[in-house]
Design a protein around this ligand. Structure first.
Ligand code: FAD
Length: 474
């Protein structure tokens, strides 16, 4: 009988195409998940997702004969102790890019090595290896297009995804773990159940991910290039981000499945998958990205730090319908459409001059797909301080964006029901509607719905001046 191995699940909560699992599946295995506090812990919405994902993974592993052991604590102690207890010489896991996770892994490896054991990391979350893909000059990439070209070329011979194992051999003398409920990941009384609506939108777990991918291939991929910017479109985008974040489906599976189907939307879709890769590439090489602007001049940016403005934005009470609809979609479903993410982020950092880090933190807590790399890279992109960022003078006008991408206001009507009876002409600018229209729509500006918290033209001029000053200092 070969040595028992530990498989330590983190952001690869699946059985299919899991390189860490494939490496140990011929041996007796002990699957373990360790809930951590501190910088590796998920935000609120991510915790809801994690709970359900662990339930699903636990069920699949139990069906194959090797139940998942749930533990809580610092993996630097928990993992070496567990390995010693069951006599496992190897611990296998998927590689992570988050700086705190990398530090934790290095220290866990050292602790294991002191006892003659080792941590073996596999490529499980990404299509490329951030430490291997380099520019011609041997440096990490900082611009998306050449990065995507290099990665694309390297993916020509990408091997097909591996199926899930039918059965696993359990480790002898596996310890008792905790039940998922003991992790306390779900909202609990006396607090509000802010996740009440989430199950209507999502099915966490590998089966849910597989079903979501199949649905997107059937209903969304062919029209992806045309409809991905329309926030009201059914299946306009894949909705795979939370599944990809926790690794319930591998990027390789998504890549191959989309390519096998082909069609008009394919290229655009694959490019988006590569934006995810690019974010992780950036985080790997610039670990300061979640906290600090990648362009140093932006450290001196004159942010306004206004808690009332920030709260109005967080609650979807800015008086700008597309912003409010987006922020309410986020709160109620744990997700927001990408076009709207760009609009609300631009509004916060440019019109309101609030620090991008405040928006990043709110998203990190409220998104079910909150991902340190994608979130930080995207916020820095919008704020103009990131690698390959949007030019500073590009300030979305949220009213025009709404009129362009939600012309009839279907998205607004869904998430801001108090505006639902306004005609399309005024749905993105209710404060400009004549009194008779407002009365007909049963709407009073200032009580049923706020007046805009900022004059858009003034906000734009103020932002342009602030950003131009920083640009001059670069
Ligand atoms: P699709 O359009 O179906 O795209 C397929 C996949 O490609 C996505 O699931 C995602 O994994 C990846 N992807 C698409 N666009 C991007 C992008 N711009 N950057 C990185 N990966 C991308 N995405 C996250 O996964 N987590 C975050 O925390 C996150 N925060 C964001 C914050 C801001 C301010 C902005 C503007 C964007 C953010 N994004 C984030 C990127 C993007 O909005 C989401 O990935 C996308 O909306 C998810 O929906 P989907 O799965 O239907 O995407």
């Amino acid at each position: 009988m070969r040595d028992t191995a530990l498989i330590w699940f983190r952001q690869d909560l699946r059985l299919a195409d899991n390189s860490a699992l494939a490496a140990v599946q011929e041996r007796p295995v002990l699957p373990v998940y360790v809930l951590e506090d501190g910088p590796c812990a998920p935000g609120g919405a991510g915790r809801w997702w994690l709970h359900h994902s662990l339930v699903a993974l636990g069920r699949s592993l139990a069906e194959r004969g090797a139940p998942l052991v749930l533990l809580r604590g610092d993996p630097r102690q928990v993992i070496p102790e567990l390995a010693a207890r069951i006599g496992a010489n190897e611990v296998h896991a998927g590689r992570q890019t988050e700086p705190a996770a990398r530090r934790r892994d290095a220290e866990t490896h050292e602790a294991l090595e002191r006892a003659g054991r080792r941590l073996v990391l596999h490529r499980n979350a990404l299509l490329h290896e951030p430490h291997l893909v380099r520019t011609g000059a041997g440096a990490p990439f900082s611009v998306y297009t050449p990065f995507s070209r290099a990665v694309f070329a390297g993916l020509e011979g990408l091997p097909p995804p591996q199926p899930a194992p039918d059965a696993l051999t359990p480790a002898p003398a596996a310890p008792e773990g905790l039940a998922e409920a003991a992790f306390g990941l779900l909202p609990a009384p006396p607090g509000p159940d802010w996740a009440a609506e989430f199950p209507a939108h999502w099915t966490p777990g590998e089966a849910g991910a597989t079903a979501r991918l199949a649905q997107f291939l059937r209903d969304g991929l062919a029209t992806y290039a045309d409809r991905r910017n329309l926030p009201a479109a059914e299946a306009g985008t894949s909705g795979l981000s939370p599944h990809l974040h926790l690794g319930e489906v591998s990027p390789r599976t998504v890549w191959h499945a989309a390519k096998a189907q082909g069609g008009a939307g394919l290229e655009t879709f694959l490019k988006e998958i590569l934006w995810r890769e690019f974010s992780h590439h950036l985080l790997w090489h610039r670990p300061e990205m979640p906290e600090e602007p990648l362009r140093p001049a932006y450290k001196a940016f004159p942010w306004r730090h206004d808690t009332a403005m920030l709260a109005a934005w967080q609650r979807g009470r800015t008086g700008v319908p597309i912003v409010d609809a987006g922020m309410r979609q986020l709160w109620r479903s744990g997700w927001m459409h990408n076009r709207v993410r760009m609009i609300v982020a631009s509004f916060l950092v440019k019109h309101l001059l609030q620090p991008w880090q405040s928006g990043e933190a709110w998203f990190r807590d409220t998104l079910v797909d909150a991902d340190l790399a994608a979130n930080a890279a995207s916020w820095q992109w919008v704020a103009g301080c990131g690698a390959d960022a949007a030019p500073y003078f590009r300030i979305f006008n949220p009213v025009l964006q709404g009129e362009k991408f939600d012309a009839e206001g279907a998205y607004i009507r869904r998430w801001c029901p108090e505006l639902a009876r306004l005609p399309a002409k005024f749905i993105h600018r209710p404060h400009e509607a004549p009194e008779v229209i407002l009365r007909g729509a049963g709407l009073r500006i200032g009580s049923d719905y706020p007046a805009p918290i900022i004059d858009l033209a003034e906000g734009r001029a103020r932002a342009l001046a602030a950003f131009a000053a920083i640009k001059g200092a670069e």
